[in-house]
Design a protein around this ligand. Structure first.
Ligand SMILES: Cc1cc2nc3c(=O)[nH]c(=O)nc-3n(C[C@H](O)[C@H](O)[C@H](O)COP(=O)(O)OP(=O)(O)OC[C@H]3O[C@@H](n4cnc5c(N)ncnc54)[C@H](O)[C@@H]3O)c2cc1C
Ligand code: FES
Length: 334
C-alpha cells in the first residue's frame, strides 16, 4: 500500500522508496534535519495517527515512543500517517562562553533555563534558527548546571561556525538528552575501553570522569585518535588524570608524525587492537568519525566484546551536496 502523509494542510502521497522526511520536504514542509540516518534526532516529529514503523522509533526513549514521536528520515509508512504540526518541545539556553581548546575545536559552555537531567556522555540537540544539530555532553551534572560541549568547527558548517563565533548570552534551543553512551554502575571491576576521534573525546572524557566518580575499580583505557599530533586536545587534563589514578591509561594515536611518550603512530583501529588484543568481557565506548566508529565496532566484536557491551555514537553530519555536474565538450556546431 502507498504511504501517505498528512500534516496540517499538507497532504503528500509518498513515491516508492521515499522516506516520510523526503515526502514532507517535497511537499514544502519545513522540517529540520542533519544526518538523515536516524542518529541525530534533529528531524523528530510526532505521529497522532498511523504507524511510522519501528525502525523510525529506534533510539528514542520509551516515553517518546509511547507519545508517538518518530524520526521521519527513517520512516517509510505503508498507510496514512497524520503528523502533528508543532516541533518537539525544547528549553532555552544561553551561551556562557566559547573557547578554542584544540585545533578547530571549541569548548562551548551553556546555561540551560531549566536544569537538565542527563548521564555524562549522552547528547543533546541544539537549535539555532532553522538548524538542529546533535552534540555530546562533555560535562557531568555533578559539575553543576552548566553544560559543556566540544564542537569541531567545519569550514562549511552552519551550526559549528555559528557556535564558534557566538557571544556570551546568545540564545539557543535545547532538546534531549538522548543516546546510550554512558557509564552504568553494577560492574565496578569490568575493564573499560573508550576510543574516539576528534571531538569524540567529549563524551569519552565525561564517561571516564563519571566512572571514576562512581568508584570504578577495573582498568579504564582511553585512546584518542587524530590525523597528526597537533590534533589532540585536553592533553594536560587527561595526563594528570592518568598520573593520579592507577587504573586509568591515556593513549594518543596519530595517523602520521613522530612517536613520542604516550603517542602511538598508526591506524587507530590497528593500534587499538595491538594494545588491547583480547576484549572478551570488556565494556566499550566508541565516539566520533562514523567510519572509525563502525570499523572499531566490528573489530571489537571480533576480538570478543559482546554487542550489548559496545556503545557507539557515530558523529554523522549532513551529507555533502553532490558536486556540480561537469559539462561535457560542447556538441559540434553547438
Ligand atoms: C549523536 C551525534 C553526536 C554528535 N556529537 C558531536 C560533538 O560532540 N561534537 C561535534 O563537533 N559534532 C558532533 N556531532 C556532529 C554535529 O551534529 C554536526 O553534524 C556537526 O557539528 C556539523 O554541523 P554544521 O551545522 O556545522 O555543519 P553542516 O552545515 O551540517 O554541514 C555543512 C557541510 O559541511 C560538511 N561537514 C560538516 N561537519 C563536517 C565534518 N566534521 N567533517 C566533514 N564534513 C563536515 C557536511 O557534510 C556538509 O556538507 C554529532 C553528531 C551526532 C549524530
Ligand atoms: S535522525 Fe533524522 S536527520 Fe538525523
Amino acid at each position: 500500500m502507498t504511504g501517505r502523509i498528512r500534516r496540517g494542510s499538507l497532504d503528500v502521497v509518498l513515491e516508492p522508496g521515499e522516506t516520510a522526511l523526503e515526502g514532507l520536504l517535497r511537499g514544502g514542509a519545513e522540517v529540520p534535519s542533519s544526518c538523515r540516518a536516524g542518529a541525530c534526532q534533529a528531524c523528530m516529529l510526532r505521529a497522532v495517527s498511523g504507524d511510522p514503523g519501528s525502525v523510525a522509533q529506534q533510539g528514542l526513549s520509551p516515553a517518546l515512543r509511547e507519545q508517538g514521536w518518530f524520526l521521519p528520515c527513517m520512516s517509510r509508512p505503508t498507510g496514512e500517517l497524520v503528523i502533528e504540526e508543532g516541533p518537539p518541545p525544547a528549553i532555552g539556553a544561553a551561551i556562557v562562553d566559547v573557547a578554542e581548546i584544540g585545533r578547530a575545536i571549541v569548548r562551548v559552555r551553556l546555561e540551560p533555563d531549566e536544569e537538565l537531567s542527563y548521564r555524562p556522555g549522552q547528547y543533546v540537540q541544539l537549535i539555532q534558527g532553522e538548524h538542529v544539530r546533535a552534540y555530546s555532553l562533555a560535562s557531568s551534572p555533578a559539575d553543576g548546571r552548566t553544560l559543556e560541549l566540544h564542537v569541531r568547527v567545519h569550514s562549511l558548517g552552519r551550526m559549528s561556525r555559528w557556535l564558534a563565533a557566538a557571544a556570551p548570552g546568545a540564545r539557543v534551543g535545547l532538546r534531549g538528552p538522548a543516546g546510550s553512551c554512558f557509564y552504568t554502575e553494577g560492574r565496578a571491576d569490568q575493564p573499560l575501553l573508550l576510543v574516539g576521534t576528534g571531538a569524540g573525546l567529549a563524551p569519552l572524557r565525561a564517561i571516564v570522569r563519571d566512572a571514576r566518580r562512581r568508584g570504578h575499580t577495573g582498568p579504564i583505557a582511553l585512546v584518542h585518535g587524530a590525523c597528526d599530533p597537533t590534533g589532540f586536545y585536553l592533553v594536560d587534563e587527561l595526563k594528570s588524570m592518568a598520573d593520579e589514578t592507577g587504573n586509568f591509561r591515556y593513549v594518543r594515536c596519530a595517523m602520521s608524525g613522530e612517536p613520542s611518550d604516550g603517542v602511538e603512530i598508526g591506524d587507530l583501529t590497528a593500534v587499538t587492537l595491538r594494545l588491547f588484543p583480547c576484549l572478551k568481557g570488556w565494556r566499550i565506548f566508541l565516539c566520533g568519525s562514523p567510519d572509525r566508529v563502525n570499523a572499531l565496532k566490528k573489530q571489537c566484536f571480533l576480538r570478543g566484546a559482546g554487542l550489548k557491551d559496545i556503545s557507539a555514537d557515530a558523529f554523522l553530519t549532513a551529507r555533502m551536496p553532490p558536486p556540480p555536474l561537469r559539462r561535457g565538450p560542447a556538441p559540434p556546431g553547438g
